[in-house]
Every structure is written in structure tokens, then in C-alpha cells.
Design a protein around this ligand. Structure first.
Ligand code: NAD
Length: 438
């Protein structure tokens, strides 16, 4: 097991951020980093850039910035590479995604035009609503994996990178559960040779990343490496992995509100959530099979926060429904409605309506940045396998086998910060505080 206060290799040299998918989230993330570097914007929403961490007692007045407490890569040291089945460069893709205003993108244009996606490993069977021309060809899935490994190697050499991380920002793939080919690494590699249809494109990227020594985080709800074969590879290569599905928008609100109701023992018998959105993500999720991946990821949250098996009277009959409606006029400016049916003292009913006019990619971009920097930190510390301390960023956090995921945002934040304290050999904060009254 990792020792508290262990030596951490400093973040020297450049960190390459590899992004399968150059759509709304990726381009908003890249443009944001470029703008922040030039002092044209502020990294709002990013714990690594704006967060602080309390150390010791409340009377000690020690609250450094997280970035000063643990050695993280600096924004100036980030280099970007992406793959996409559409050949648009990052500037053109950002204009199409229409998340950031043209006036915001214009000063970054020359830099963003330099970021051209590499040809993707793409299969329509996994993302039915898209059909892009910029796709790799190979005799087998093994060939495709080798082509990705070659891309990664070239990027490392050309940019003189010290380290790399891969964050999946590609479309949501159709819902799949692990099959025989996913059970161990040997079967998976044999499956690559045979182009087993159960191996998804995102799994080929994850395999290529791990084979190239890159940590991998999954921003979408697809299965990807949440299965034994690739977890075995991560362990073998001593690499950190994390997932799944960035926690933004409606689910973020849910994991803020639900722990509040639960802590005051307020009953909930219904939670209806619906969304309209009109971006490419919405178009992909209009396909029932891709929606199923998202639905499973979104539905798990309340069950784990409310623990109906422990509180049957309060949450045993909670009807939870989630809808996503593709509505092109909205573009990326999603609107989410929640109707929550609650009950209190003696069973008296109440309702809460939430109407969140959110911007999905604006909420996702700081998550991509934090994950890139924390996954890189984890690798330098020598943490490998599933990084549960990064659950804070995911709708559907991966855990060790047999553990239920922790969804409560506040517990997740405490876990993240306590992990950082542990790494630096600082006392963990329990919030007991009895010593102030002795
Ligand atoms: N707040 C959010 O925006 C948010 C939150 C949670 C999860 N996500 C997930 O993040 C992902 C990206 O979201 P987005 O809004 O940027 O979507 P997007 O549609 O704008 O971008 C996804 C890009 O991935 C590309 N792509 C599809 N398959 C690919 C493949 N096999 N290889 C490489 N590229 C591929 C698409 O062509 C597209 O350009 C989606 O899966 C989405 O569900 C987004």
C-alpha cells in the first residue's frame, strides 16, 4: 500500500493531453487553457487552479492553494492531441460546437488551427448517429490499436513530452455489458486479432493508451475499461485509470441536493428529470442504445445516495425517471427540469422544481483539466488501478470490485482532499473538533 508522505516525482517537462473526440467538450477545454495561459480568462470551476485545502487545525490558518500543496503540471506545460472521425481542426470544431463566442475564439485561432485531429478508430455500430470520413483502416482491430500506439509515440517524440494522459471525450457509445472477450487480457488481445465485434473503439483507445504508458480517464458512460481485461493491463503497467461519465449539469445538481434531503431524513417518493439539448452529443444520445448508456449512468446516483435498503420508509418507493430530448434549436445551451416530490413530518407532501439553464461544456471543461492534472499526479506518485478518490468528477464512479460507489459530492470532495493530505503526510481532517473545547 502507498505510504503517507511518500516522495512525489516533480512535474518536470511537458504533459501531453490525448483526447479521443474533438467536439464541444474538448475544444472548450483546449480553448479555455489557451485563453487562461494568456490571461484572457479565468479557470472557474477548476479545483486544481482555484481550490484551496485546509491543513491542521482551524486555528492554524494554513490553507494553501491545492496547486501549491501538491506538484501539478503547469498550464504552460500542456500539449494537446486529438482524434476525431471529422477532420475539422480545433478552431473549426469549436465554431461548429458554438459553445464559446467567436470573439472569444478569434485571438486563439492560429493556435487552435494547429490542432488537427488524427484519423479516428471508429465503428458506426457503436455510435449510430455519426458517420465521419476521417477514419483509420486496418485488417484487424489489432492493426487499429497499433496505429493508435504509433500516433501516441509520434506525438510524444515530436513534442518532446515527458508524460501523457488520455481522457475520452468522444461520443457516447451504445450500451454494452462485459462479454467473454473482456474477462482477461489474453482473451482481449486474442479478440483484437480476430476483430471481435464486442471490442468497442473506446476500448481500443484505452488499450493503446495503457500500452503506451498513459493513464486513462473516461468522460463518457460507455463501458470502455470498466472490465477485468483492461484493469488487468492497468495493474500490469502500474497505471492509474478513472471513470465514468463527467459529472456536470443535472446529475451534479442531484448529487448536491439529494445528500441534503438524506441528511435531514426528508423522504422522496419521486424524482422526474428531463432535458432538452441540441448539440452533437444530444444527437448521438437520441439513439436509444447510446441513451441507454447515459440512462444507466444517471439512474444509479439516487439509489446509492438514498440507500433505500436502510431507509425503506423514506426512499423505498422513490420513482426516478430521466429523459434526454434532442432539440436542435438549443445547441449546447441545455435546459434541465427536475420535479422532486418530497415528504416530511407525518408524511406531509412538498415539491421542489429545479430549472437549470446550464452550459454542459462550460461545466465539463474544468473537469477535463483537473482529471488531466490529477491523473498525471497519480502516476508520478505511483498510484495505479482505479482512482476512486477522483469519483468527485464522475456520474458513475468506478470502484474496486464489491464496493458500492460514493455519489455524495461532499463526501467525494472530502475523500479527494484527504487523499491529497495523505500524499503529503498531513493529518487527515475528520471534522471532529473536540480539542477546541478541552
Ligand atoms: N457536460 C458534458 O458536456 C458532458 C458530461 C458528461 C459526459 N459527457 C460526454 O463527453 C463526451 C463528449 O461530449 P461533447 O459534448 O463534446 O460531444 P460532441 O458530440 O461535441 O463531441 C464528441 C466528438 O467525439 C467524436 N467521436 C465519436 N466517436 C469517436 C471515436 N471513436 N474516436 C474519436 N472521436 C470520436 C465525434 O465525432 C465528436 O466530434 C460525450 O460522450 C458526452 O456524453 C459530456
Amino acid at each position: 500500500m502507498l505510504k503517507s508522505g511518500t516522495d512525489i516525482t516533480p512535474a518536470r517537462g511537458k504533459l501531453g493531453v490525448l483526447l479521443p473526440g474533438l467536439g464541444a467538450v474538448s475544444t472548450t477545454f483546449i480553448a479555455g487553457v489557451l485563453a487562461i495561459r494568456r490571461g484572457l480568462g479565468s479557470p472557474i470551476g477548476s479545483l486544481t487552479q482555484m481550490g484551496t485545502i485546509r491543513l491542521g487545525k482551524r486555528t492554524d490558518n494554513r490553507t494553501p492553494r491545492i496547486a501549491d500543496f501538491v506538484p501539478l503540471a503547469s498550464l504552460d506545460d500542456l500539449e494537446f492531441a486529438a482524434w476525431d472521425p471529422f477532420p475539422d481542426d480545433a478552431y473549426a470544431a469549436a465554431r461548429k460546437a458554438a459553445v464559446l463566442e467567436p470573439a472569444h475564439l478569434e485571438p486563439l485561432r492560429a493556435e487552435m488551427e494547429q490542432i488537427r485531429p488524427m484519423a479516428a478508430v471508429f465503428e458506426r455500430e457503436y455510435v449510430k448517429r455519426l458517420d465521419g470520413p476521417h477514419v483509420k483502416k486496418g485488417r484487424s482491430k489489432r492493426d487499429l490499436a497499433d496505429a493508435l500506439i504509433a500516433d501516441i509515440g509520434r506525438f510524444r517524440t515530436e513534442r518532446k513530452l515527458d508524460r501523457m494522459v488520455m481522457i475520452w471525450c468522444g461520443s457516447t457509445e451504445v450500451y454494452r455489458t462485459p462479454e467473454a472477450v473482456h474477462q482477461d487480457l489474453k482473451s482481449f488481445e486474442a479478440g483484437l486479432e480476430k476483430s471481435d465485434p464486442a471490442i468497442a473503439p473506446s476500448q481500443i483507445y484505452a488499450y493503446a493508451a495503457l500500452m503506451s504508458g498513459c493513464p486513462f480517464a473516461n468522460g463518457a458512460p460507455n463501458l470502455t475499461l470498466d472490465m477485468p481485461a483492461l484493469l488487468e493491463l492497468a495493474r500490469e503497467k502500474a497505471l492509474p485509470v478513472a471513470g465514468k461519465d463527467f459529472k456536470t449539469g443535472q446529475t451534479l445538481m442531484k448529487t448536491i441536493l439529494a445528500p441534503g434531503f438524506k441528511s435531514r431524513l426528508i423522504g422522496v417518493n419521486g424524482w422526474f428529470s428531463t432535458n432538452i439539448l441540441g448539440n452533437r452529443d444530444g444527437e448521438v444520445l437520441d439513439d436509444p442504445e447510446s441513451f441507454r448508456s447515459k440512462e444507466v449512468s444517471k439512474l444509479g446516483v439516487l439509489e446509492h445516495i438514498f440507500q433505500p435498503h436502510l431507509y425503506p420508509e423514506l426512499y423505498g418507493n422513490c420513482y426516478h425517471k430521466v429523459r434526454i430530448n434532442y432539440y436542435p434549436p438549443r445547441g449546447d445551451a441545455k435546459e434541465a427540469w427536475d420535479n422532486i416530490d418530497l415528504f416530511g413530518w407525518l408524511g406531509y407532501p412538498m415539491q421542489i422544481k429545479v430549472n437549470f439553464l446550464c452550459r454542459d461544456s462550460i461545466l465539463a471543461a474544468p473537469i477535463v483539466l483537473d482529471l488531466a492534472l490529477f491523473m498525471d499526479l497519480a502516476q508520478r506518485v505511483g498510484m495505479s488501478g482505479v482512482q476512486e478518490w477522483l469519483s468527485f468528477y464522475f456520474k458513475s464512479p468506478m470502484t474496486a470490485p464489491g464496493l458500492y460507489p460514493e455519489h455524495d459530492l461532499f463526501i467525494q470532495l472530502m475523500k479527494l482532499k484527504n487523499t491529497l493530505r495523505f500524499l503529503r503526510g498531513e493529518e487527515l481532517i475528520t471534522h471532529l473538533g473536540l480539542e477546541y473545547y478541552d
